[in-house]
Design a protein around this ligand. Structure first.
Ligand code: NAG
Ligand code: NAG
Ligand code: NAG
Ligand code: NAG
Ligand code: NAG
Length: 354
């Protein structure tokens, strides 16, 4: 009797147990190939047959996690079977294999990707050209520990040129169960240490899980030279939300011409350090800043895809890309709120769709 006990939050992709009947050979008659999260049998690129675990006798049906599919498949992946399906467990679960006594060779297959069983449904207010599904299907959140989340801000630091207007477009979409209702997750959005939004509730805005929504803010910077734009999220407890957490699926930063100027030029960006910022964060969270390049049509856009794996931040495979988009109309000369004073200051304005 061999047991594989899975305490994984994510991405047990498949499992193969091979038994040699009393010796150590791996005769094909003694092999089990199980593709987790798959509901039908399939064959991999080597011609080996895999059975789906949804209907198999190896997976106890009670509380058997959630079948999910990777949101993307890297070109070097040798075969989609068994890698692109997974079973996601929120608690411990047991697969049971009946084998003959002797040596058993157990091989676990993993594929790190975003898994969700949520389909993205664009509402009329968010046309699909606003951002592709991949932006909304993945997210960065703070993590599962309320006390840790209350002690830090989920922060992005974006180097920008002073003296320009910036349109910040935040893309949101709840993609993970159990967050399906209003007031389960409510948070602050800070831009340059000012409160841009209180009680941001993605479900409240979008209407449901899998439904995208975006909000725009205009930031006015003055002075010249490089400066850092800070974007931070923090749980807002004022409405007593169920979870103390925050989420962001994507962020675009559009550099805009200032009023009366037709110049978008700024000083050359310094060669980036390996880690542009390492500091007070308790968790190694997402300092994914990619400002630079791509100036076209008078706009600089930076898109940061945020990846989330049940609050466990992965490093090294951030979906960071630079795109150029057309922004919604923004006020040509927003009213200043008396926030501009020193050489490098910024003012924040709400604009566009909410
Ligand atoms: C090992 O096990 C396989 C399959 O059970 C069997 O065909 C083979 O004869 C065995 N070899 C030895 C040396 O026992
Ligand atoms: C079985 O295992 C023994 C000891 O680990 C090894 O010497 C032998 O070569 C193995 N036989 C096969 C067929 O793999
Ligand atoms: C995704 O998983 C959740 C939680 O188990 C379930 O309630 C929901 O119906 C599933 N959605 C789909 C589309 O399978
Ligand atoms: C925001 O606050 C941090 C910490 O107090 C400070 O280091 C940083 O310079 C501030 N950023 C801006 C843009 O004001
Ligand atoms: C988060 O950022 C805001 C705005 O800069 C600041 O007021 C607050 O103290 C920060 N909270 C933590 C825990 O760092």
């Amino acid at each position: 009797m061999a047991m594989a006990r899975c305490l994984l939050l994510l991405a047990i992709v498949s499992l193969a147990a091979a038994e040699g009947g009393g010796n150590n050979s791996t005769d094909s008659a003694g092999q089990v190939r199980l593709s987790c999260g798959a509901s039908a049998p399939a064959t991999d690129s080597d011609g080996r047959a895999w059975e789906g675990d949804s209907t198999s006798k190896f997976l106890a049906s009670t509380n058997a996690g959630v079948a999910a599919r990777a949101s993307y498949q890297d070109p070097p992946l040798p075969s989609s079977v068994p890698y692109v399906t997974a079973r996601v467990f929120a608690s411990s679960h047991t697969y049971t294999f009946l084998v003959s006594p002797g040596r058993v060779f157990l091989r676990l297959y993993f594929y790190p990707a975003d898994y969700s069983n949520v389909t993205i449904q664009y509402p009329p207010s968010v046309p699909p050209h606003i951002a592709p599904e991949g932006v909304y299907a993945s997210a960065r959140s703070m993590g599962p520990y309320a006390q840790i989340n209350l002690n830090y801000n989920l922060t992005w630091i974006l180097p920008v040129d002073s003296g320009f207007y910036y349109l910040l477009r935040f893309h949101f979409c709840e993609v993970l169960y159990p967050i399906t209702k209003v007031n389960q997750r409510s948070f602050f959005i800070y831009i340059n240490n000012q409160t841009a939004q209180e009680q941001m509730d993605v479900i409240g805005r979008s209407g449901g899980i899998g439904v995208p929504v975006y909000t725009d803010y205009l930031v006015v910077t003055t002075g010249s030279g490089q400066t850092d734009m800070w974007v931070a999220l923090h749980p807002d407890l004022s409405s007593r939300p169920e979870y103390f957490d925050a989420i962001l699926n994507g962020l675009e930063v559009f550099k805009l011409q200032t009023y009366g100027s037709n110049n978008l030029a700024g000083a050359n960006l310094p060669i980036p350090q390996k880690q542009p910022y390492q500091g007070e964060f308790k968790r190694k969270s997402a300092v994914a800043a990619a400002v630079g390049g791509a100036v076209a049509g008078g706009l600089l856009a930076v898109l940061i895809g945020c990846l989330c794996a049940c609050g466990i931040c992965r490093r090294g495979r951030k979906a960071t890309s630079v795109v150029v988009c057309e922004p919604e109309a923004v006020p040509e000369q927003p009213a200043h709120h008396g926030l501009l004073s020193s050489t490098k200051s910024s003012a924040l304005f709400k604009s566009g769709q909410t």
